[in-house]
Ligand binder design. Structure first.
Ligand SMILES: [Zn+2]
Ligand SMILES: [Zn+2]
Length: 376
């Protein structure tokens, strides 16, 4: 592949042509109709009361180590405390870069489990916890960042219902309050394109197991529970577990994976932008138009299902600006779009994702690498 030189004169044109914002992916998980708990308000008249003796630095420190629930609650005391909390660091960066995150944690019921500092940390670290690529989702139950492919198929990113967790690990309702329990929100989950009206309670399997170990003492204690429990709930859970273990689907790692792309994965996740602390800019996540284009060609080319899966995994990758430029250097389809584009010479923006791609497909003079394809 001949190398395409990218410099300051063509970088933004390349970015505009070969990248787009994957809005459907942003909305794959929880999407709040009102992303913020805020509303316009009059200037405050009440005082801070006893809190007014605190220097700003101490107040920032208190908020930093407070839970998201405590910070949100303090904001509701009066308009003065709200101004102060919103101006405190790092809370200020959370509400300016990802205003929906605080509201999502509050509304799903897990805000008491995570501090402002922990949320800020995950906002400012871009890597998926599973594969290390750029991730643009928050897996709420562990407050971890993940990418679309891992969210779709990683076994540890599949939540279990609270009811199953209690049966599986011998836990009571009171004990479950020690770990985050997401109460799912009704709404449209774009990964499925359907309304989900039913709500449910979900927990992380890993955390539920850890809690089980703590409650039963150790591995032996937990094993004793597994073998000795004769509750109906445990029997029902075991029956379901046997059903689920039958090999009905496989993931991209070749593992038996019957929870591939399950809706429950999206009920406990939300789009998470990345705050770059070098520039203090927020990255929403970009996708490659070339990889999307490669998937769109499926009707004209005969791909095997394995090849198609691989193409879709590439299509579902997200990048920062720097990351997609690196990807461009290796992506034959993105380079083909660039080489065939009238933008290449004019250096003008003429691309805005999928809609324009359709136009582009009609008018493009195909580069030689596509001349063997049929029906295009
Ligand atoms: Zn990943
Ligand atoms: Zn690509």
């Amino acid at each position: 592949m001949p190398e395409i030189h990218i410099d300051t004169t063509n970088k933004s044109a390349v970015l505009d042509l070969i990248s787009y914002q994957p809005h459907d992916q942003y909305r794959a998980g929880i999407t709040l109709s009102k992303p913020s708990l805020d509303a316009e308000f009059e200037p405050p008249t009440a005082s801070l009361g006893n809190l007014k003796v605190l220097p700003v630095e101490i107040f920032d420190w208190v908020i930093k180590y407070a839970t998201m629930h405590a910070a949100s609650s303090l904001r509701t005391v009066n308009r003065q405390t709200r101004l102060l909390v919103d101006a405190s660091l790092p809370y200020k960066h959370i509400i300016s870069s990802a205003p929906h995150i605080g509201a999502t944690l509050v509304r799903t019921g897990v805000a008491p489990h995570f501090t402002v500092e922990e949320v800020f940390w995950i906002l400012t670290h871009p890597a998926c916890r599973v594969c290390g690529n750029f991730g643009m989702y928050l897996w709420i139950l562990d407050l971890e960042r993940c990418c679309f492919t891992c969210l779709k198929e990683d076994p540890n990113l599949m939540p279990m219902t609270e009811k199953d967790a209690r049966a599986a690990f011998g836990l009571t309702a009171g004990q479950m309050s020690q770990i985050p329990v997401v109460v799912s929100l009704p709404g449209k989950y774009k990964a499925f394109g359907v309304m989900r009206r039913r709500t449910g309670k979900f927990v992380s399997r890993v955390r539920a197991r850890q809690l089980g170990l703590a409650i039963h003492g150790d591995e032996d204690g937990l094993s004793n529970y597994f073998t000795s429990s004769n509750s109906k709930a445990k029997a029902a859970y075991d029956k379901k577990a046997v059903q689920r273990s039958k090999p009905m689907a496989y993931d991209s790692h070749g593992r038996v994976n019957n929870t591939l792309n399950s809706v429950e994965r999206y009920l406990v996740s939300v789009h998470l932008p990345y705050l770059d602390l070098k520039t203090y800019t927020t990255k929403m996540g970009l996708a490659c138009s070339g990889c999307q284009f490669a998937v769109n060609r499926r009707s004209a080319l005969s791909f095997t299902s394995v090849e198609m899966e691989a193409l879709m995994r590439c299509r579902d990758c997200a990048y920062t600006e720097a990351g997609i430029i690196d990807h461009f250097k290796e992506c034959a389809d993105a380079q083909a779009l660039w080489n065939a584009s009238p933008c290449k010479d004019e250096l003008e923006v003429c691309w805005e994702g999928q809609k324009v791609m359709d136009n582009f497909l009609k008018n493009i003079r195909w580069p030689s690498c596509y001349t063997l394809t049929k029906g295009m």
